[in-house]
Design a protein around this ligand. Structure first.
Ligand SMILES: *[C@@H]1O[C@H](CO)[C@@H](O)[C@H](O)[C@H]1NC(C)=O
Ligand SMILES: *[C@@H]1O[C@H](CO)[C@@H](O)[C@H](O)[C@H]1NC(C)=O
Ligand SMILES: *[C@@H]1O[C@H](CO)[C@@H](O)[C@H](O)[C@H]1NC(C)=O
Length: 330
């Protein structure tokens, strides 16, 4: 203790105020204020650094984990066996305690693997930077997309075409920017999507036999409605199906839907039928076309786009059980 301090203490003591423990402590603090200030600053700095290097990324990661991804629509067009064109609208719901943005990132998509199996992405989608908000959209349109793994993509396409619902896995490792602080978070979500449910519920109307067949051999045209309960838009191309009368399991011939694109909802199409020549003039067949609720079995034979058989569309459609279409439904 310096002389000055001594003096100070002496002066204070001279006031003859009784000195309690508390007062003694207060005085001690008053004299050592600078030590506490420095200690306080160091603690505050440590806390800030802790937030920057620990808490903020942890908070961001947990916001990412808690966020919800909703896919509003997916369009797969210009199909080929190696690539296609992808458009996708999606909405992200997140709670963001701080204002943040994502640098450009690449999403990989896959079917959730069964236990112990590795993730096999079948396509990727690169998107630009995103400003994070409680609700924000990620919409992309007309992105040329390569099929990264044929087998995995075929499995995905099969689920899209045949199932009422399917799970799509999405992952990325985006850089998050909070002010000047930058770090990466792991993003992985499984989204439930509606599928096309095997094109069930096809309806056929207005069968019209052509007195003079068309050049391609079409001898009957029909109007059709193909329901698509999913949010997928799928460009299929020319779809050829074999037709059979269900009641007596009789082959009728085949039908073609030209340049088919299945949009969400009911799809009205023109169907070009190639009815077997021996049937087209058969009175029993002709009168059966007027019957109500006649079940016709349809088995997909081929899908051709741009002169190419598209395996990932053709195979799942062809291998599926026949679709029951109803002629003249009531
Ligand atoms: C995305 O939304 C836009 C605007 O509503 C719409 O025109 C487009 O068809 C949607 N795309 C898909 C793939 O659903
Ligand atoms: C994104 O897509 C949704 C539909 O899914 C649409 O409502 C919205 O307008 C689109 N936003 C932009 C910026 O295109
Ligand atoms: C249907 O597929 C078979 C081979 O599986 C083929 O021989 C036949 O020509 C096809 N029919 C049509 C109309 O494409």
């Amino acid at each position: 203790m310096s002389d000055k301090d001594m003096k100070f203490e002496t002066v204070e003591d001279a006031r003859a105020v009784p000195v309690t423990r508390g007062q003694r402590f207060k005085r001690h603090c008053a004299r050592r204020w600078w030590i506490y200030l420095i200690a306080g600053l160091v603690i505050a700095l440590a806390a800030v650094l802790g937030i920057i290097f620990g808490a903020i990324p942890a908070i961001a990661q947990s916001s990412v984990n808690d966020s919800k991804l909703q896919v509003d629509g997916i369009a797969i067009t210009s199909p080929s066996n190696t690539q296609f064109t992808l458009s996708m609208n999606s909405t992200v719901h997140a709670h963001t305690p701080v204002s943040a943005s994502f640098s450009p990132q690449t999403f990989e998509m896959f079917l959730p693997p069964s236990d112990g199996q590795a993730i096999v992405p079948f396509m990727s989608l690169s998107i630009g930077s995103l400003k994070v908000a409680d609700t924000f959209t990620i919409n992309v349109s007309d992105v040329a997309t390569n099929i990264m793994n044929e087998e995995a993509y075929l499995a995905f396409s099969e689920q899209v075409l045949r199932n009422p619902t399917l799970n799509l896995g999405v992952r990325s490792n985006p850089q998050v920017n909070v002010g000047a602080i930058k770090f990466h978070v792991d993003y992985q979500k499984t989204v439930e999507l509606k599928g096309l449910n095997g094109l069930s519920g096809i309806k056929l109307y207005n069968p019209t036999i052509l007195d003079t067949p068309m050049e391609d051999g079409t001898n009957m045209v029909t109007d059709g409605v193909i329901p698509n309960p999913s949010s997928f838009t799928l460009q299929v191309g020319d779809l050829t199906v074999d037709m059979a009368l269900k009641s007596i399991n009789m082959d009728l011939g085949y039908s073609v839907v030209k340049d088919l694109t299945l949009h969400p909802g009911d799809n009205k199409v023109k169907i070009y039928n190639h009815v077997k020549p021996e049937l087209i003039k058969n009175l029993l067949f002709i009168s059966s076309l007027k019957g109500k609720n006649t079940d016709i079995l349809l088995t997909a034979n081929s899908t051709v786009f741009n002169g190419e058989h598209i395996t990932w569309l053709e195979k799942p459609l062809h291998d599926a059980p026949p679709v029951v279409a109803v002629l003249n439904p009531e």
